[in-house]
Design a protein around this ligand. Structure first.
Ligand SMILES: Cc1cc2nc3c(=O)[nH]c(=O)nc-3n(C[C@H](O)[C@H](O)[C@H](O)COP(=O)(O)OP(=O)(O)OC[C@H]3O[C@@H](n4cnc5c(N)ncnc54)[C@H](O)[C@@H]3O)c2cc1C
Length: 374
């Protein structure tokens, strides 16, 4: 039997598992390595914080998916990879050999990008831990009216979470968004950024365009030299390459993530596939978001099947522009498609339907949902 290891239960691998339940890979033993038996669906996490979803509505049951797919489940995390030796080491100490490896582990949020963050801040990733710790901020706000909550990170996650926290904490806390020197929602159109700024203003969320350089007890130090009072710093910055990639021997893109080509294989090790945030397409670079990971899944499935059968692999071209739907925490959302943008309750209903459909489609493990939007 050939050994295929799926590392991480990210947006693409949940779909691989769903398909394997009805269309197994002949002659291949498949193993899923995941630290958690469920996958938090990030698109619904701001809704969980805002109290719009129950935690179980925003999770996909990986253990059940693996069971239905006849896939061996290993509850552990990859801690080292030796691509030449075709070997993984897991955090629990076990070694795992593979013939082919598919990586959908996402990126890591570094604890050391900002001085003092490791000890003082709440990090948005891993999502599991973030959602677990969030109630502590809520009870702090209940005990300490006027609590200063500061979101650090001006991307889509920081924007959505600032509004979700405002919704959850109501008037008990002051919410500030420190967007960084690049400003709010870099990479989005001017129209969308303008709309986003007015939504934040209307919810009394202060936006600061500066970088946080240090987190000290009770305050943040900004790159411009000023200090900002802060009782609860929440870090929502972008992801970095997982540390275990450093010694893997896999060729990496200039940004440090796994360099992949059109077949979703590593450009240096063709028996290693990588999709989602952990990979960087060197032929057609695109931003990191769940949408791209989801869209790559059908080609990943086809290519894993082709690898198993010894057939030629297919090429996948990511979309040039992706739809982004950003929840505002109040029953409205922003839509962004290239230069176009919109805001309203209808956008929220649209996002809610897409996200729920995606997560619920894994309830029976056989359906493939359409792509979620940001
Ligand atoms: C609050 C928030 C909201 C977001 N909303 C959206 C949105 O609405 N739409 C959108 O497109 N994007 C959104 N994003 C971005 C999106 O979350 C990521 O781009 C997306 O999750 C990447 O998907 P992935 O499949 O690469 O990895 P992930 O979804 O991160 O999944 C990786 C999986 O691998 C597991 N894993 C991690 N390390 C290891 C290891 N060492 N060994 C084994 N398994 C491991 C993890 O536990 C996890 O289950 C949001 C991000 C945040 C933080």
């Amino acid at each position: 039997m050939k050994q295929l290891v799926l590392a991480g239960g990210g947006h693409a691998h949940v779909q691989v598992l769903a398909v394997l339940a009805t269309q197994p890979l002949p002659g291949v033993e498949v193993t899923l390595v995941t630290p958690q038996p469920t996958q938090w669906y990030s698109g619904m996490v701001p809704g969980v914080i805002a109290g719009r979803y129950a935690p179980e509505e925003a999770q996909i049951d990986l253990a059940a998916l693996a069971r239905r797919a006849g896939v061996r489940l290993v509850l552990d995390a990859v801690s080292a990879l030796r691509a030449e030796a075709r070997q993984l080491r897991l955090a629990g100490g076990a070694e795992l050999a593979y013939d082919a490896l598919s990586l959908d582990t996402g990126g890591e949020m570094s604890r050391d990008l900002i001085d003092g963050a490791r000890d003082q801040a709440l990090f948005v990733r891993p999502l599991q831990r973030f959602v677990q710790l969030w109630p502590q901020v809520e009870s702090l706000a209940a005990r300490q009216p006027g609590l200063q909550v500061v979101l650090i990170g001006g991307g889509a996650a920081g924007f959505e979470l600032a509004l979700a926290m405002r919704r959850a904490l109501v008037a008990r806390a002051r919410v500030t968004l420190v967007a960084g020197n690049a400003g709010l929602l870099p990479g989005f159109s001017r129209g969308l950024r303008h709309r986003a700024l007015s939504v934040l203003k209307s919810r009394a969320i202060t936006v600061i365009t500066d970088d946080v350089v240090e987190i000290e007890p009770g305050q943040l130090r900004l790159s411009g030299g000023s200090r900002l009072p802060c009782d609860a710093p929440v870090v929502a910055l972008g992801v970095q390459p997982p540390s275990w990639l450093a010694e893997s021997g896999l060729r990496r893109a200039p940004d440090g993530f796994i360099a992949t080509g059109s077949t979703l294989q590593s450009v240096s090790h063709p028996n290693v596939f990588a999709v989602g945030d952990v990979a960087s397409r060197v032929d057609t670079p695109h931003p990191r978001s769940g949408v791209y990971a989801v869209r790559a899944a059908p080609m990943l499935i086809a290519n894993l099947r082709a690898w198993a059968a010894g057939r030629a692999l297919g090429a996948y071209r990511p979309q040039r522009i992706a739809l982004a739907l950003l929840s505002c925490g109040d029953g409205t959302a922003l839509a962004s498609w290239g230069p176009l943008s919109a805001h309203g309750a209808w956008v929220w209903r649209w996002k809610d339907r897409i996200d729920r459909t995606f997560v619920e489609s894994f309830g029976d493990g056989v359906q493939l949902a359409s792509s979620p939007a940001q």
